[in-house]
Design a protein around this ligand. Structure first.
Ligand code: SAM
Length: 427
C-alpha cells in the first residue's frame, strides 16, 4: 500500500469511529448507557467499534469542560447533533492531541452530512473550531468536570471539597485494565492487593492467558470484597447478586462450594460463560435473593448489592448524565432488606460481606451502621487483606475505597466493603 492510500484508509477509519462515537453520544443524550447503545456501532469493524467507544468515553469525561469553552463562541446553542460534533472536535484537539486541521475538517464534513440544517451550520462549525484550536491554555486552566449536585453534595459532606475534586480528576483520567489472576500466570504489573494492571487500551481477548482462563477482568477495588471475605476450601458460600461473575470466579478459585444467584437470567448466563472460560464451577440459581433459601445454613454470604454504581464513573462516564439520584431511596431500602435476609441464611458465627460499587455513604457507611443497630449480636470485623492501607478503614469499621486513592498507580473504582460476623449463639 503506498503512503497516500495508507492515509486514505486511516482517515476513513477515523471517520467511521467518529460517526460511531456521535451515535453513541446521541444515545446517551437520550438517556441510554454506552452498553445499551452498543448496537448502534455494530456495523463498524471491531477496531473501529472499539475506537468509537473510546472516543465517546473521552468526550463524556470532558463534555462540560468543552461546553465552557464553546459557550462564549456560540451566538445561540446549536441543535444537539451539531453540539455533539463541536464537543467531539474540541476534545479531540485539546485533550487527545488531534491535529486541528484534521479535526476541524472532519467536524465540518460531519455537520454537512447531518442534513440540510447541518449544511447551514457548517460555516459556524468551521469558524468556532478554528478558535477552539487556539484555546489550549484556556482549556488547561479549566478544572475537571464536576459531579452533579445529587452526587457531589453527599461526597463533600462526607470527605470535603478537596477529595470531591480529586475524585473528579480521577473520573476524567479514566480507568486502567485490571485483571484478577486465577493462579500465578497473569499479564500486567502486580498491584499491592494482588490484582494486575495494564493500560486501558489493551485488547482483552488478545492478552496471553485469556483463552486458557488464567485471569479475568475485575477492578482492583472490586476484587477486595472476596479477599476480605477470605473464602476457604469446601466452605458453603452464596454469592447473592452474582452477575457477571467476577466475585463468583474468585470464590470458586478459592475452592469454596459456591452458589451464584442472580435475579436476571440473561446476566446469569454471563456468569456461566465466565466460569466455563476459567474452568471453574459454581451452582447457578436464577432467583430473587429475597425469596431464596439454601438447603443448609451457609458458612458465608457475599452480598454485592445492586446500587447506584457511582463508584464506576471512571469506566461509565455517562452515568452522571443519565441518572438524577431518583430511585436512591428504593435502592437503599432493597439493600437493607437484602442484608437482613442474607443474615438469616448463615450458620451461627457465619460471616457476611456486604459490598456496593457506590460513592454514596447512604449505600455504604450508613447501611453498615443501620445493620448493626437492627441486629444486636451482629459484629463488624476489621477488613483484612494484603495491601489494604489503614487509611482506607472507616471509623465504623468498613472499607472505603475511592477513585482518588492510589493516584500514582491510576486510582481504583469506588467501593464500600464491610465484613460482618453473625452471633455464634443460636437464636
Ligand atoms: C453490582 S451487580 C453484581 C456484580 C457481581 N457481584 C460481580 O462481581 O460481577 C448487582 C447484581 O444484582 C442483581 N440483582 C438485583 N436485585 C437482585 C435481587 N433481588 N436478587 C438477586 N440478584 C439481584 C443484578 O441483576 C446484578 O447482576
Amino acid at each position: 500500500m503506498d503512503k497516500a492510500q495508507g492515509k486514505t484508509v486511516r482517515d476513513g477509519t477515523r471517520d467511521g469511529a467518529r460517526k460511531g462515537a456521535l451515535r453513541l453520544l446521541g444515545a446517551v443524550d437520550e438517556g441510554a448507557t454506552l452498553d445499551e447503545a452498543a448496537a448502534l456501532t455494530e456495523r463498524l469493524s471491531p477496531p473501529d467499534r472499539a475506537r468509537a467507544r473510546r472516543l465517546a468515553l473521552e468526550v463524556l469525561r470532558r463534555a462540560d469542560r468543552a461546553d465552557l469553552l464553546l459557550a462564549p463562541l456560540l451566538a445561540r446553542r446549536p441543535r444537539p447533533e451539531i453540539m455533539r460534533i463541536l464537543r467531539l472536535a474540541t476534545v479531540e484537539m485539546l485533550a487527545l492531541g488531534e491535529a486541528p486541521h484534521g479535526a476541524v475538517n472532519a467536524a465540518v464534513a460531519l455537520a454537512r452530512a447531518s442534513g440540510p440544517k447541518g449544511q447551514a451550520a457548517a460555516g459556524m462549525v468551521n469558524a468556532v473550531l478554528r478558535k477552539i484550536a487556539g484555546a489550549a491554555e484556556a482549556w488547561a486552566r479549566l478544572s475537571p468536570q464536576k459531579m452533579p449536585p445529587w452526587l457531589r453534595a453527599p461526597i463533600v459532606a462526607a470527605w470535603g471539597e478537596d477529595i470531591a475534586r480529586a475524585i473528579e480528576a480521577a473520573h476524567e483520567a479514566g480507568a486502567a485494565l485490571d485483571l484478577t489472576p486465577r493462579d500465578a500466570d497473569c499479564p500486567g504489573e502486580a498491584l499491592p492487593t494482588g490484582s494486575h494492571r495494564l493500560p486501558a487500551a489493551a485488547q482483552v481477548s488478545a492478552l496471553p492467558g485469556y483463552a486458557e482462563g488464567n485471569w479475568w477482568v475485575q477492578d482492583a477495588a472490586a476484587a477486595l470484597a472476596v479477599r476480605v471475605l477470605d473464602p476457604q476450601p469446601a466452605e458453603a458460600i452464596a454469592d447473592l447478586c452474582a452477575a457477571p461473575g467476577g466475585k463468583t470466579l474468585q470464590l470458586a478459585a478459592a475452592g469454596a462450594e459456591v452458589t451464584a444467584l442472580d435475579i436476571s437470567e440473561p446476566r446469569l448466563a454471563r456468569v456461566a460463560e465466565n466460569l466455563a472460560r476459567c474452568r471453574l464451577s459454581a451452582r447457578l440459581v436464577a432467583a430473587d435473593a429475597l425469596d431464596w433459601h439454601p438447603d443448609q445454613p451457609l458458612d458465608a454470604v457475599l452480598l454485592d448489592a445492586p446500587c447506584s454504581a457511582t463508584g464506576t464513573i471512571r469506566r461509565h462516564p455517562e452515568l452522571p448524565r443519565i441518572r438524577d439520584g431518583a430511585g436512591l431511596a428504593e435502592l437503599t431500602g432493597l439493600q437493607a432488606r437484602l442484608i437482613d435476609h442474607a443474615l438469616t441464611l448463615l450458620k451461627p458465627g457465619g460471616r457476611l460481606v456486604y459490598a456496593t460499587c457506590s460513592l454514596l455513604p447512604a449505600e455504604g457507611e450508613d447501611q453498615l451502621a443501620a445493620a448493626l443497630a437492627r441486629h444486636p449480636g451482629l459484629a463488624v470485623e476489621p477488613p483484612r487483606a494484603t495491601g489494604i492501607e489503614p487509611g482506607w478503614i472507616t471509623p465504623g469499621g468498613g472499607l472505603r475505597l475511592r477513585p482518588d486513592l492510589w493516584p500514582e498507580r491510576g486510582g481504583m473504582d469506588g467501593f464500600f466493603i464491610a465484613r460482618l460476623r453473625k452471633s455464634a449463639e443460636r437464636t
